[in-house]
Design a protein around this ligand. Structure first.
Ligand SMILES: C[S@@+](CC[C@H](N)C(=O)[O-])C[C@H]1O[C@@H](n2cnc3c(N)ncnc32)[C@H](O)[C@@H]1O
Length: 215
């Protein structure tokens, strides 16, 4: 088990190397992240919003798609890896702001966003509860979280977290742990978020939609 700082150092190192080619043909294993974008877009469609945060945005592939579809909304991207944020800023997208920072300790005011999205970043967080608490804090009352990551049975997650990910760490990757659906349910309950949908979908994907209660 590594310290929180060691995992985050590994993540920054991994994604500093990945940033330049993240959205092109040389993206390698990160191409699989693209499968998570359509189900996130599907959850957002027909839900009115003014402000959206992509937490762990990477080079901002999701904000690129969204800012075209919703030209009147304001988009914020947050990522721990400065090189990812540099690539995102270089796109010069309208109505967007990109910030280097930690999803476990977000540099935003309370009640700032109508929607928070999080795609294939959650398994890099040493303290997933801190992240979900931050989402509950920065969402406006009635706001929505859409999260996609990897999940599976307790036995499979044991194998992934005790065998596969430590090997990935040795290879320089910053993955911490994939969480079971019951664990994610618990984080939301503790943070006071109401779960609208939580499923294991095709390809061992976790699909979560949760809401901050309206006042
Ligand atoms: C696999 S990429 C996913 C990027 C993007 N969301 C996508 O779906 O293509 C994971 C991203 O999470 C970021 N990340 C990891 N730990 C983080 C943390 N604690 N706070 C913010 N971003 C983090 C990494 O820097 C990386 O850009």
């Amino acid at each position: 088990m590594k310290s929180s700082e060691e995992y985050k150092r590994l993540s920054v190192s991994e994604f500093t190397k990945a940033a330049k080619n993240y959205e092109n043909d040389k993206a390698g294993i990160y191409k699989m992240c693209r499968k998570d974008y359509p189900p996130i877009l599907a959850e957002i469609r027909n839900k009115p919003f003014e402000t959206l945060l992509d937490a762990g945005c990477g080079t901002a592939p999701m904000i690129s798609l969204l800012s075209e579809e919703y030209p009147n909304a304001h988009f914020t991207g947050l990522d721990l890896t400065p090189e990812m944020i540099k690539q995102a800023k270089a796109k010069n997208l309208q109505n967007t702001e990109f910030v280097v920072g930690d999803c476990e300790n977000m540099p935003f005011e309370d009640d700032s966003f109508d929607i928070v999205i999080n795609s294939q970043s959650f398994h890099h967080y040493p303290d997933p509860q801190a992240f979900i608490n931050e989402v509950a804090r920065v969402l406006k009352p009635g706001g929505m979280l859409v999260l996609r990551d990897n999940t599976g049975s307790k036995a499979l997650m044991w194998f992934v977290n005790h065998i596969e990910l430590p090997l990935a760490n040795l290879a320089g990757h910053g993955d911490v742990a994939a969480r079971t659906i019951d664990e994610v349910r618990g984080y939301c309950k503790t943070a006071g978020l109401t779960i609208e949908k939580i499923e294991q979908q095709k390809g061992f994907r976790l699909h979560l939609v949760a809401r901050k209660n309206p006042v």
